[in-house]
Design a protein. Sequence first.
Length: 744
Amino acid sequence: MTDKNIQKKTYYVQGMDCASCAVNIEKKLNAVKGMKKAVVNFATEKVSIESDKNVSLDLLQKAVKSVGNYQLLDPENQKTPAHDHVAMLKETEIKKLWQKLIIGIIFSVLAMILSYYSSIPFLQGLSRQTIFIILLLLATPIQIWLGSQFYKGAWGGLKNFRANMDTLIAVGTTAAYLYSLLATIKPDIFINAGQKAEVYFDTSIVILTLIILGRYLEAKAKGKASEAIKRLIKLQAKTAHILVNGVEEEIAIDQVKVGDLIIVRPGEKIPVDGEITEGQSAIDESMITGESIPVDKKEGDKVIGSTINKFGTFTYKTEKIGQHTVLAQIIKLVEDAQASKAPIQRLADVISGYFVPIVILISLQTFILWIAFGYSLIFALLNAVSVLIIACPCALGLATPVAIVVGTGKAAESGILIKNAESLEKAKDLDILIFDKTGTLTLGQPKVINYSSPEVFKIAAALESKSEHPLAKAVFDTSKELKIPLDKVSDFVAEIGLGVFGVINNERYYLGNQEFLNKNKIKISDEDLMIIASEEHNAKTVLLLADHGQFLGYIALADPIKEGAQKAIKVLEKFHITPVLLTGDNQRTAEVIAALLNIEKWQAKVKPEEKLAKVKEFQSQGLKVGMVGDGINDAPALTQANVGIAMGTGTDIAIESAQIVILKGDISKIVKTILLSKKTMSTIKGNLFWAFVYNILGIPIAAGVLYPKFGFLLSPMIAAATMAFSSIFVILNSLRLKKSRVLR
């Protein structure tokens, strides 16, 4: 149960542009009084917080701004599914980067031309000092304007005694600029020291431009990574046709209220969630569930906002609007998952936290050693600058989250909701997958096959009208189809895994399995037991009805096995995952279902606490356990399992308890989830390998380790280009997941 004094929020972090910045912000937020947990995700530029309710946004803003020039934006206040304020801000940010990039390129080209003045005829008439002054005039506005964002970030870090990516860029480019400034205004200092006065204004300009280029491409690529969210947001209808006193009016979607009557014609999107009051149709729910076949809907059926009406015209009453619709909840789940961190990311976060100070020390050491070896000041300085510029904690910071964003987004488009990154990582390592039967391996749409007498059925249907169990629904729906009038039930009680009892016309009745009747000391004759056994041998589930002391009769139901269940079980075994069937159903039915699906390990008449105990038993053996279920009785086991998977066709409690939700209840998507987990983790490992290798090799080369033997030096400009490429490579590698055939 959720603590009412705890709040969970997700905020967009504006101005965060490096992995070490994310680590610093996270540390600061976790130090806020009343904070339970803060997780900052560099790839999505979001922070998920869990805190006491008295922790206000103002308090969080103060903490974030103390780190640097950052700001938190609350999506709940500034976004609806139809209008993404954060996305608009991101587009504005990208436009600003583009403007900076264009100006930077122009000034870079001019600076490069001037740097080769001796080879360009129309510049040969200008003195060396004049060229230096022109370069100074070009470099100064660029250093101030383009460099300002890095100076702000570096200053924020310095105030908190922390270094970040901005620190490296600010120190590196400023060193090149100040050296060149000194060579321009005081050339005699170098001449008197026996050195030639040289300027490297072009170096500082080009470095800043290349880094802006990298950030621009990175921002665009990050946008592609989160396209799944954008596509979900775009599904929302813009208008609705409501009926007011029988007159149709077209209104904007944000003006729709709960209780409005809305008319929907063929080809139109259903604006919000509700229940059909008149008419019937077939609805395309593929954008929500991933299933392409339209679903027939009639009066009394629920419809989901943003799905498409294919055929008939119908009227429905709105029940959920705004942030409470199914689509809005899906978007929220996906955003939360994308903002979460996988355990594999912890190592990268730890390294990012220490990375920048270590790089600064290596850069300083590089400078000192080259001077000690007798090389010139500028030679030592350029190598030190190259070290500062080539180092890239961003590649480390992006290695995991971008792949998680793409993976969870791709899953959502296929009707698989992964609630957090940790469950996506764990899914690939499962040893055992426990299945409930009803609604998981079977359709969960049991049909009443036969019953001992009409009176028995009538009493049973009245009792089941109070329950949400799939078997109860089948009995109740059959009574509606047969138009059987039902008596009122009072003092209704459901005992999970056993049955229900209640009072009808002053008589207490019991309906459930044989154990339930035994518990209530109700005896069944041998003759009746033989009839019940015969029904169960035919894979039927039998509900037994009794009054306060006498067995009255039974209702037999059958639930077909889901299409694709056999294939899914076979594939799981190929993955070396052992399938286990745990059901509350009778021994004979469980045995038949297990045999049909080739499940060797199974157990019948299992209570919720026994399912939980079984999960714990497997875990105590060192096994990683997945649990698949759809009912209230599965909730404890779903919570305990390493990975809980709920069928979206099941109860809200089961869905709340699970970490992964299969929206349409398609069992084949469990296999696809495991495949996606394997593919995503493989991509993350590839990203981390690249990020580590790049930095391990790049930093020593930039320091000049190859120069004594091979005469090879890496210029600061090439270092800047390489650094920009390393982050982009990680993002592009993660984007390959979008084209993966795993979920097709």
